[in-house]
Ligand binder design. Structure first.
Ligand code: SF4
Length: 191
């Protein structure tokens, strides 16, 4: 049976969610309820957009992207599908960056999560802590979150974002923001 993923949104190409141009996939569903979460619309586990891994990769832009960033919501709430998505990215030579509210020590205790971690280049872990805003240009929501460089593909320098926020006006007029804003803006996706 094909594994399907409940997806909040996909940005085909972003330059503020990790190194270079990246396709960004926001998973739907997170039970953590961090106070001040910038993306509360992703918390519900109700079905939003149900896609297979192949259907997600069909949304890759024609122009080359360097990698895949997975955010949420909580990506590891759908660990089996996450592993397949990351495996597919690796097969396409895309680098992989994943943001999670779990600590890596917690993930290492869960078999399905360990399978997904095998295909991650950089894991950014830990819940968002309101009031602990990241004071530097690093691509994380709060300074407690840790960068785990699980391969030698990137270093911390690659996560200093020169353009930190992208704002898009969609065809239906909706305004969405993504990236790591240092000012409150609640119209869209981020972490
Ligand atoms: S910050 Fe991340 S882990 Fe926390 S509630 Fe929001 S989506 Fe979930």
């Amino acid at each position: 049976m094909k594994t399907l993923l409940n997806i909040h949104a996909i940005i085909p190409s972003s330059r503020v969610n990790g190194p270079g141009a990246r396709v960004v996939v926001f998973f739907q569903g997170c039970g953590r309820s961090c106070p001040g979460c910038f993306n509360p619309e992703t918390h519900s586990f109700e079905e939003r957009e149900i896609l297979s891994v192949d259907e997600i990769f069909e949304r890759l832009p024609d122009a080359a992207v360097e990698g895949l960033t997975v955010s949420g919501g909580e990506p590891f709430a759908q660990a089996e599908g996450l592993a397949l998505l990351l495996k597919g990215a690796r097969a396409r030579s895309l680098s992989t960056v994943v943001y999670t509210g779990y600590a890596i020590e917690e993930l290492n205790k869960i078999e399905a999560a360990r399978e997904a971690v095998k295909y991650i280049d950089v894991l950014v872990d830990g819940p968002f802590i309101e009031g602990d805003k990241e004071p530097t240009l690093l691509a994380r929501g709060s300074s407690n979150q840790r960068f785990h460089f699980l391969t030698d593909r990137y270093t911390e320098d690659d996560f200093i974002m020169d353009g930190k926020v992208e704002v898009t006006i969609k065809k239906d007029g909706a305004i969405v923001e993504t990236g790591f804003s240092r000012v409150p803006f609640r119209a869209g996706f981020g972490r």
